[in-house]
Ligand binder design. Structure first.
Ligand code: SF4
Length: 209
C-alpha cells in the first residue's frame, strides 16, 4: 500500500460518500479530438512494444475511446488486503475495459476476466471489452458472470496466501514493461526464478521506501 499511498488515500476519502467516487470526463471538442487522433498516429508510428511511445499511445487511445464517459472508483477489504479499482468507464448497467495491445487476440483473455470482476463487484449486469491495435479491434459485450468472478478471486487468494506459486509470463520479453523488472526488483528476468510470495512482499517493501 505504501507504494501507492496517494491512490490509497484518495480511495479511502471516498468513504465520506458511500465508498464511491464518480468521475465524469468532459467531452472533447471536435478540434481536440482531431488533435488526439493526430497524436495517436504519431505515437503509433514511433512506438514499439514496451517503449514509452507505445505506452503514451495507449493513454491517448483510451482517452479517445472513453471520451465523455463517466467512471467510478470503489474499494473493498479482503482481509489484510485492500482492493481498489476503477473501470475505464462505468454506466448505469455496464462497465467498459479498454486495452491497446500489439496482440489483441491474446490480451483480450485477461481483459475479459478484469471486466467481469468489475461488472460483478460494481453490481452492473454487463461488461464491455474493447481491445485494439488500431487495425484489429475486438469489441464485445457479455453478461456479468458472478461464478467466474468468484473462481478468479479464489485463485488470486491462493496466490496471496502463498498456497500456489505464481506462474512466469510465457515469454521473458513480456517482463520488459514491468516496473519490477525495470527497477531490478524481480529475479525472474535476470535469474529465471519466480519470486515466492514472501520474496514478493520483500520486493514490494523495498520498492516502497
Ligand atoms: S518482472 Fe517479475 S513481476 Fe514483472 S512481469 Fe516479469 S515475472 Fe512478473
Amino acid at each position: 500500500m505504501a507504494m501507492q499511498q496517494d491512490y490509497v488515500e484518495r480511495a479511502f476519502s471516498d468513504d465520506a460518500h458511500g465508498g464511491v467516487c464518480t468521475r465524469t470526463r468532459s467531452k472533447m471538442s471536435a478540434s481536440e479530438r482531431d488533435e488526439s487522433g493526430r497524436q495517436l498516429l504519431t505515437l503509433t508510428a514511433l512506438g514499439s512494444s514496451g517503449n514509452e511511445f507505445f505506452r503514451d499511445a495507449g493513454i491517448v487511445a483510451e482517452r479517445i475511446e472513453v471520451d465523455g464517459l463517466a467512471t467510478q472508483r470503489r474499494h473493498f477489504e479482503l482481509t489484510e488486503f485492500f482492493v481498489i479499482g476503477e473501470p475505464d468507464a462505468c454506466g448505469s448497467d455496464l462497465v467498459i475495459e479498454f486495452c491497446r495491445s500489439r496482440r489483441p487476440e491474446l490480451a483480450v483473455a485477461a481483459k475479459r476476466v478484469q471486466a467481469n470482476l468489475y461488472a460483478v463487484l460494481w453490481q452492473v449486469s454487463k461488461a464491455r471489452v474493447v481491445v485494439t491495435d488500431n487495425v484489429e479491434r475486438i469489441d464485445e459485450i457479455v453478461d456479468a458472470d458472478p461464478e467466474s468472478a468468484s473462481e478468479w478471486i479464489s485463485k488470486a487468494w491462493l496466490l496471496f496466501e502463498g498456497t500456489v506459486a505464481p506462474k512466469p509470463p510465457r515469454f521473458e520479453r513480456q517482463c520488459k514493461p514491468c516496473e519490477f523488472s525495470s527497477r531490478g526488483g524481480c529475479p525472474y528476468p535476470r535469474r529465471g526464478s519466480i519470486p515466492s510470495h514472501k520474496e514478493m512482499k520483500r520486493i514490494a517493501d523495498r520498492f516502497s521506501r
